[in-house]
Design a protein around this ligand. Structure first.
Ligand code: ATP
Ligand code: MG
Length: 562
């Protein structure tokens, strides 16, 4: 991972792309910067896209330019309105705004088509009757040149007529393609007469049945950039070998501007797959509950999980932008989430695995209210009241009948502080027939109200609790990584499904929450003291509260691994 060379002392991001933009502006090669984020609406956005979004929108913000959102919708069989809507929601949630610059490649179909005709007229494109397989066979290899298609020398008139017939729907899918006429012996395979139009009788989400020929990525992308006056067209490294084709098309077409393409390394994360195709498979095969399942590395999954958008932006800025592919540890994303939430999340008390406690010397029916700090890291966050009464719950893990010396929580005969309330001593343990502890009998010291003893005696431990009469019941869903291997599929020939973690979801159904949590708005994440960060799930209702664990308080993974 490349964390060192990307930030300045003043924490303005610096990387090779920003350097280029800076120089272009300084040298007057462009008056202002225009970037774009160009998703294909064939799935939901994932954290890799977030890297690209933060880069493109971030540069526009930093240099006083603009960033367009452009749907690269040239593949009607795979694209859907649902994805178009979800992508817009996700980009907005991440904190970015394209203003008036919402575009679709499909808006340019007519222009692109006429540019294809322009190439034909210049003898720079031809209609080919070879099948996809034959085209592949003719293409040659990295070490051998390709062979010309027998249809390569058709006249412009013949090509034009055929291309118009293609558009008119006179041929089946795959019967013909339009190819740029460049060089079948080029060292760059992308220049060996690449296909630029194919026949596809399919309904498009936006243009319906108006078209049955569609430009492919290479023909559509650069020309759309030019139409939108994009100055810096930033994409991932796998397009580096396409750049000569990008430039060839810009050079040979009467486009209104001359954009340039720059490539950066895509994001890979450990314990994660980042490809819409694979994510779609997880959804379609039912390995997760949907694109926004909180275990998914999608923007919508992180949103549902309670990750703050600022933490994702922070992550993108910390990993930086470089030219070499590397894999980032998923724990570094989690560290950004923890850091943000530790600073910003309000604190609450909740008991996940409850054990009943009865304070025998506390009056029945008495209720006291204590002031609890909402956020010790934020002086302005105020306090709230929490109710204390005779019957309480604590975590099962916070009690050990026969505890070793170093166990600073509750055990028989020992005293601990109940957070914000009193010193409590356990005097008796009640067990069921199977010998399981089901209830603790305790006493409290009324002199220790607020959590301090006037005689100065100390207790080693402080534990959290919930008042039985006041707590609300909730289901809590805890998540582990969706995959049990650092690189899913690495040991099974790329079969990432073989490495699915069977225990990625744990449901706790008897949790006891502070009553205020009933009103926690969707989208707000709080800290449950001593446990971790949590948010209400969209499936939560007044009949049944459902919470997601966003992340634990500390990185326990390092320990688990060793
Ligand atoms: P996937 O392989 O997941 O389907 P894609 O590249 O096909 O991704 P697009 O919708 O075409 O998805 O991508 C939109 C933009 O996001 C492109 O500019 C692409 O380069 C960028 N992008 C996609 N995946 C990543 C990634 N893992 N890291 C950084 N940028 C990415
Ligand atoms: Mg793609």
């Amino acid at each position: 991972m490349n964390q060192t060379d990307n930030t300045d002392d003043d924490s303005t991001p610096r990387d090779f792309i920003r350097d280029i933009v800076h120089e272009d502006l300084n040298a007057g090669r462009t008056a202002s910067v225009v970037t774009r984020f160009p998703p294909e609406p064939n799935g939901y956005l994932h954290i890799g896209h977030a890297k690209s979004i933060c880069l493109n929108f971030g540069i526009a913000d930093e240099f006083g330019g603009k960033c367009h959102l452009r749907f690269d919708d040239t593949n009607p069989t795979k694209e859907e309105q649902e994805y178009i809507d979800a992508i817009q929601e996700d980009v907005r949630w991440l904190g970015f705004d394209w203003g008036e610059n919402l575009h679709y490649t499909s808006d340019y179909f007519e222009q692109l088509y006429s540019w294809a005709e322009h190439l034909i007229n210049q003898s720079m494109a031809y209609v080919d009757d070879l099948s996809a397989d034959e085209i592949r066979e003719h293409r040659g290899t990295l070490t051998e040149p390709g062979k010309n298609s027998p249809y390569r020398d058709r006249t412009p008139e013949e090509n034009l007529a055929l291309f118009q017939q293609m558009r008119a729907g006179e041929f089946e899918n795959g019967a013909k393609v339009l190819r740029a006429k460049i060089d079948m012996a080029s060292g760059n395979i992308n220049l060996r007469d690449p296909v630029i139009y194919r026949i596809l009788h399919a309904e498009h989400p936006r243009t319906g049945n108006e078209w049955c020929v569609y430009p492919n990525y290479d023909f559509a992308h650069g020309q759309s950039d030019a139409l939108e006056h994009i100055t810096h067209s930033i994409c991932t490294l796998e397009f580096e070998d396409h750049r000569p084709l990008y430039d060839w098309l810009i050079e040979n077409l009467p486009v209104p501007s001359e954009p340039h393409q720059y490539e950066f390394a895509r994001l890979n994360l450990t314990y994660t797959v980042l490809s819409k195709r694979r994510l779609m498979q997880l959804v379609n095969d039912g390995h997760v509950a949907g694109w926004d399942d909180p275990r998914m590395p999608t923007i919508s999954g992180y949103r549902r999980r309670g990750y703050p958008p600022a933490a994702i932006r922070d992550f993108a800025s910390r990993i930086g932008v470089s030219k070499s592919n590397a894999t980032v540890e998923v724990q570094s994303l989690e560290a950004c989430v923890r850091e943000d939430l530790n600073k910003n999340a309000e604190r609450r008390m909740a008991v996940l695995k409850p054990l009943k406690v009865v304070i025998e010397n506390y009056p029945e029916n008495q209720v006291e209210e204590f002031d609890a700090k909402n956020n010790p890291n934020d002086e302005n966050s105020g306090t709230r009241k929490i109710s204390f009464s005779r019957e309480l719950y604590i975590e099962q893990d916070d009690f050990m009948e026969d505890a070793p010396k170093k166990f600073f929580r509750l055990s028989l005969g020992r005293e601990v502080r109940f957070r914000y309330a009193y010193f409590i001593t356990c005097t008796d343990v009640i067990k069921d027939d199977a010998g399981e502890v089901v209830e603790l009998r305790c006493t409290y010291d009324p002199e220790t109200k607020g959590g301090n003893a006037p005689d100065g005696r100390k207790v080693k431990g402080t534990i959290h609790w919930a008042s039985a009469a006041h707590a609300v019941d909730a289901e809590i869903r805890q998540y582990d990584y969706l995959f049990s291997e650092e690189v899913p599929g690495a040991n099974s020939d790329g079969d990432f499904l073989a490495d699915i973690n069977a225990n990625s979801l744990t449901v706790l159904s008897e949790c006891k929450l502070e009553p205020a949590l009933r009103e926690l708005p969707l989208g707000e994440t709080v800290q449950f003291e001593r446990i971790g960060y949590f948010c209400a799930d969209k499936e939560s209702s007044s009949d049944k509260l459902v919470f997601n664990q966003t992340i634990g308080l500390r990185d326990t993974w390092a320990k688990k691994k060793s």
